[in-house]
Design a binder for this molecule. Structure first.
Ligand SMILES: Cc1cc2nc3c(=O)[nH]c(=O)nc-3n(C[C@H](O)[C@H](O)[C@H](O)COP(=O)(O)OP(=O)(O)OC[C@H]3O[C@@H](n4cnc5c(N)ncnc54)[C@H](O)[C@@H]3O)c2cc1C
Length: 409
């Protein structure tokens, strides 16, 4: 498989590459996951950088012009994504760009598209993806947060958990139960809930690798019926579309980080010889480079498939997210193998040699649940890609019961 780009697309790539090169600080470390918001200074920088990118329309480039996009194709938007991956950049409010707006553009009404999408494109509002609950993670259909109609409103009660929270939200993109149905997934609906609505409370839930998540409690939260996204009781399908956008977006690795690592191995010596001459190091680097290539191909295949949707139909599954979790070319496990005990040092240690946050990368490498766990992503490929039989319902019930029992102990 060989992907090529037109002269126009190469010109666009150069423009974006130059933008990142000129705007990011010289000592910017792409091995860290995205722009760090760890302190006030880095937070201000991330916001300023985001504003400049928004002024050029990059984060929403693939949307129609009338909703604040640049009307780019999936390939052109992919070029922006690839440059972001090269530099290790994420947009502030990525969920609005990556998931919420694309789903509203697919299933929302014209009024909703006008109301929600342009403010996201202008970088004025940010969204949280509020799907997971204590008893509804992999088993999304088990969502229990309830939305009951009351005149022109729905009243929401329940809890969400593990919601990624890098910044203050404006909207909670919330999956809720609107009917008790068999099968369960036919009774769910999707709402845009104002994040400051009375009755909402937030509790921090820090995760490994410094990832910030929150628990959110909904106590008689009133949401206007105009904020129901898509059809009543069809929310599960919109949620699946959300996952498609989310999973297709993942998997790319910071190539610049790889270049930096190779450069480090050229300069750093062990037993008097540069690390790069050590056969074990060469093996690890070669393996990493191959994995990076496989991810690259998988990512572009998914995007190309999207441009061929009319001819080929929807892609039954996209394995980029799975490969992205299995192959983390710069993951901490590999760096630990390379640097041994040194790898356990935190970035701020005076003794750290490869200031690529090995310890943090190691923690992040073990964060495998966001965007669906490894097992769930493999199940999707088994059912949809390979046509293997689904797990009989009673086994799914057994798994859910065992998980519920374990979490209550
Ligand atoms: C850092 C972080 C950020 C997150 N951000 C968000 C967010 O922004 N929004 C949001 O809605 N959610 C978010 N999540 C939640 C994430 O989507 C869930 O953790 C994930 O869906 C798994 O659900 P669970 O944690 O309930 O695990 P469970 O579903 O309880 O699964 C536990 C284990 O059992 C396995 N398992 C479960 N069912 C099966 C099955 N049928 N077959 C085989 N194996 C199975 C799983 O693979 C897993 O290993 C985040 C999670 C983390 C850790």
């Amino acid at each position: 498989m060989e992907f090529g780009f037109t002269a126009e697309q190469e010109k666009l790539r150069k423009e974006i590459h130059d933008f990142f090169r000129d705007e990011l600080p010289e000592d910017y470390n792409p091995s860290m996951a995205g722009l760090s918001r760890a302190d006030k200074e880095s937070e201000d920088f991330a916001d300023e950088f985001h504003k400049k990118a928004v002024a050029r329309g990059y984060p929403s480039a693939g949307w129609p012009k009338k909703y604040g996009g640049l009307g780019f194709t999936a390939i052109e938007q992919g070029i922006i994504g690839e440059e972001m991956a090269y530099w290790g950049v994420m947009w502030t409010g990525g969920m609005g760009y990556g998931l919420v707006a694309p789903v509203i553009l697919s299933v929302g009404t014209d009024e909703q598209k006008q109301r929600f999408v342009p403010p996201i494109a202008r970088g004025e509002v940010t969204c949280f993806e509020c799907f997971t609950e204590p008893d509804a993670g992999s088993d999304e259909a088990n969502v229990k947060l309830r939305a009951v109609p009351d005149g022109d409103y729905f009243v929401l009660n329940g809890q969400k958990t593990f919601i990624t929270a890098w910044h203050k939200p404006d909207w909670l993109y919330t999956l809720a139960r609107t009917a008790d149905t068999i099968p369960k997934h036919r009774g769910l609906s999707l709402f845009m809930v104002p994040a400051d609505a009375p009755g909402l409370t937030y509790r921090a839930l820090p995760c490994m690798g410094g990832v910030q998540t929150v628990e959110i409690f909904y106590d008689n939260v009133r949401v206007h019926k105009d904020n129901l996204i898509g059809e009543l009781n069809r929310g599960f399908y919109a949620a699946m579309a959300t996952f498609e956008f989310e999973r297709a977006g993942g998997g790319q690795e910071p190539r610049k980080g790889m270049q930096r690592l190779v450069q480090f191995c050229r300069e750093e010596k062990r037993n008097g010889k540069p690390l790069i001459q050590d056969s074990e190091m060469r093996d690890i680097l070669a393996q990493r480079a191959m994995e990076m290539e496989v991810l690259w191909l998988s990512h572009w295949y998914g995007l190309w498939r999207r441009t061929q949707r009319e001819k080929l139909g929807p892609q039954p599954y996209d394995n980029t997210a799975l490969l992205g979790k299995k192959f983390r070319p710069l993951d901490g496990n590999a760096l630990m193998d390379m640097f041994g005990l040194d790898g356990q040092l935190k970035d701020n240690s005076d003794y750290v040699k490869y200031e690529g946050s090995t310890a943090r990368s190691w923690e992040l490498a073990h964060l495998l649940h966001p965007v669906g766990s490894l097992e769930i992503l493999q199940n999707v490929i088994a059912y949809r890609g390979l046509g293997l039989p689904r797990i009989p319902r009673q086994f799914n019930t057994m798994i859910s019961e065992a998980l519920a029992k374990e979490s209550s102990q």
